[in-house]
Design a protein around this ligand. Structure first.
Ligand code: FES
Length: 170
């Protein structure tokens, strides 16, 4: 760039025109600014309570995705406390965990066998539905209504004696 017309160039464009690297540019941006992306974790007014959603976040430990599902859920921790209430369901990793009636947990693949969208538990119908093309499944994973033709994979789910910890296994 040969000439810079005063007032016509943004700060970033000007700095880039000087040939500075991206990291150097970020240092310039952060100096003397209040950009939250540059602040420390302590500065964040809305800290992410679920920094690792792939593993299910706080309260979940183990493998929640893929072919070797094997995890525990601490239902004394938010947001999993709702899994103690009959008529609730929650997706954790690749798994839909539901409590249709008190003490009778079910765990199934969240991945619809039609085209792979995420299914959900329906309290009123007491079943599982894919909201994309309306396939319906029983709580044992069987197809109630297509277009899906194959059942949902099911997992073994057990609850601890104190009712606070779920274990889900393939
Ligand atoms: S992806 Fe679930 S019904 Fe089509």
């Amino acid at each position: 760039m040969n000439s810079i017309e005063k007032g016509s160039m943004k700060r970033g464009d000007f700095l880039r025109s000087l040939g500075l690297s991206t990291s150097t540019l970020m240092a310039f941006y952060c100096l003397g600014t209040t950009m939250t992306a540059c602040g420390s974790k302590d500065d964040d007014p809305n800290p992410d309570p679920d920094p690792d959603p792939g593993s299910g976040g706080n309260g979940v430990s183990g493998t929640t995705t893929g072919n070797n599902i094997n995890f525990t859920v601490d239902m004394t921790k938010s947001p999993y406390t709702d899994l103690k209430t009959a008529g609730t369901g929650r997706v954790i990793g690749d798994v839909l965990v539901a409590l249709p009636t008190t003490g009778s947990y079910v765990a199934l693949s969240k991945i619809c066998t039609h085209e792979g969208n995420t299914v959900g538990y329906r309290k009123n119908q007491n079943d599982i539905q894919c909201p994309v093309h309306q396939s319906e499944f029983t709580l044992t994973g069987a197809v109630k209504q297509g277009p899906a033709v194959n059942p949902l994979k099911t997992y073994t789910v057990t609850v601890s004696a104190d009712g606070n910890t779920l274990t889900v296994k393939a």
